[in-house]
Every structure is written in C-alpha cells, then in structure tokens.
Design a protein around this ligand. Structure first.
Ligand code: ZN
Ligand code: ZN
Length: 274
C-alpha cells in the first residue's frame, strides 16, 4: 500500500510539470492578455477575468484522455526541425506516419482548432462559452512559447540535464516573473495569423540551445549530492541572470499572441458588439 502510494506520488511528480508552464506561468499569460486587448474586445470578458485566470491550467488536468498529453507540445526533430513542420495535418501524417504524429505532439494544430471554437462562441455571443474557449485557447498558446515544448530533448534527458524543463518553466517563473515584470504589448492585427503558431514555434525552438547552455553553465555551481546535483542559490542566481529575460519575453509574447488570436476570432465571427 505504502509502496503503491509512493509510486503514484513519483508518477505525479514526474509527469505533472512536463505539460505546461507551471500554474503561475499560465495565470500570468491570461492576466496579461486581457491587458493587451483593446478595451472593446476586453469588454467581452468583463466579470469573467477571474475565471479566465484561474482556469488557465485546466487542460493540464485532462490527462485521463490519453491523447491529451501530446496536445501541449510538438517535438520538431521528427520533421527535420521546426521549419519542416507542415501546416496541414494530412501532410504531417504523410511525412512521419500516424504513430509518430501522435507521439510527437500537435500543439500548433490544436491552437487552430481551439481558435475555431472561439470563433463559434463569438458568433453565438454566449459569454460563458467565449470565456471557456478563450481560456482553453490561451493554455495551448502559452505552452507553445515554452522553448522545451518544441524539442525531443524536452527535459534535458539527452544532454544530462534532467529536470531542466521544470527549472525553466516553473523554477524561474516562480522566482523571477510577476505581472509587473512583464511587458504589456497591445494586440495588433497581423496578416496570416491562422498560421502564426508555426512561426511562434520556430522562434521558441531557436531559444533551446542557449537555454540548455545556460543551465549547464549555472550547474557548474551545483555540488554533486547522493541523489544528483544539489542546486542552491548560486545555481538560481546564475541561471536566473541569464534566462529571466527570456522567460519574461516568452510570457509577454504568449500573452500578446493570445490577445491577437482573440481579436482575430472576433473579426472572423463578424465582430458582434459586446
Ligand atoms: Zn499544458
Ligand atoms: Zn512544460
């Protein structure tokens, strides 16, 4: 009994953080996205701000559906790198086959699907449905901005840096990110937004080598303990100094891109008044 309990705790601890920014990261993206929206669009969410914030991590708890996990990332290596990921699902399936397609992750296509849900909700003008759809969309948009969500080596397991995933998206966020430290970037409409997730994915992926290098550099301060590296204040100071600007930039960009998508959905729905 005790052993089974211990095992389930280990499973929870190891599976949990890999799906997303920690809870705080998602909350920050949602809060900031509302500030990035023009007032007439933000008006749709009046009175729903708390829901939007508090449910931002919900999709991370939907894992009783076995297909949910891979919706939060995309390992780009199978496609020959981020530039090689096709826009069309049919093409992606043709390129790597259904089994690898399922395992490699689907986040950019999931964002497109959730954007369609939001358009439908705006067409109906149903505020509860709009908030729900925007909250879910926001989760996946935020996840795509985590550099390690775009690579096979998502937890540093291939480079001897196990745990770097949580150190970056939770450790740094909890230590060095807050709403005031992020940048309000007013949403502006840009052409080609429906395919923009592929560009966001390429930009996030370009941040991976430096992120891993900085973790290795910071780890030179970490003494070896009986159960691996012991990361103390020196580690966090060095890693934080090098990567906090990147963490804040990715959170700020995720919020801006979410706001752009919300604005775009409203436009596609024919701009009904709030
Ligand atoms: Zn997630
Ligand atoms: Zn993650």
């Amino acid at each position: 009994m005790q052993r089974a309990l211990a095992l389930s705790v280990v499973l929870l601890a190891s599976a949990g953080p890999l799906l997303a920014w920690g809870r705080l990261g998602h909350v920050l993206v949602s809060e900031l996205a509302l500030k990035d929206l023009p007032p007439e669009v933000a008006a749709w969410f009046k009175g729903q701000e708390d829901y939007f914030k508090e449910h931002a991590s919900d999709p991370d708890h939907w894992r009783q559906d076995r297909k949910e996990g891979p919706r939060h990332y995309l390992d780009t290596e199978g496609y020959g790198g981020p530039q090689g990921v096709p826009f069309e699902v049919s093409e992606a399936l043709g390129k790597i086959g259904p089994e690898r397609f399922q395992k490699s992750g689907q986040v950019p296509w999931v964002i497109q699907d959730r954007l369609r849900d939001l358009v439908d909700a705006f067409k109906k003008g149903d505020r509860a449905q709009i908030t729900l759809a925007a909250t879910v969309l926001g989760h996946y948009v935020a996840d795509l901005h985590v550099p390690l969500h775009t690579t096979n080596n998502h937890n540093g397991q291939d480079t001897g840096q196990k745990g770097v995933h949580t150190r970056w998206e939770t450790g740094l966020v909890e230590r060095y990110a807050s709403l005031n430290a992020l940048q309000v970037m007013p949403a502006t409409q840009e052409p080609g937004l429906f395919r923009a997730p592929w560009k966001w994915m390429q930009e996030a992926n370009a941040l991976v080598p430096k992120l891993l290098e900085d973790d290795r550099g910071a780890d030179r301060t970490s003494p070896e303990g009986p159960r691996g590296k012991r990361r103390g204040e020196a580690y966090w100071a060095v890693f934080g100094n090098l990567q906090t600007p990147v963490v804040r930039q990715q959170l700020s960009l995720a919020a801006k891109h979410l706001a752009q998508m919300i604005q775009y959905a409203l436009l596609l729905a024919g701009k009904p008044a709030a």
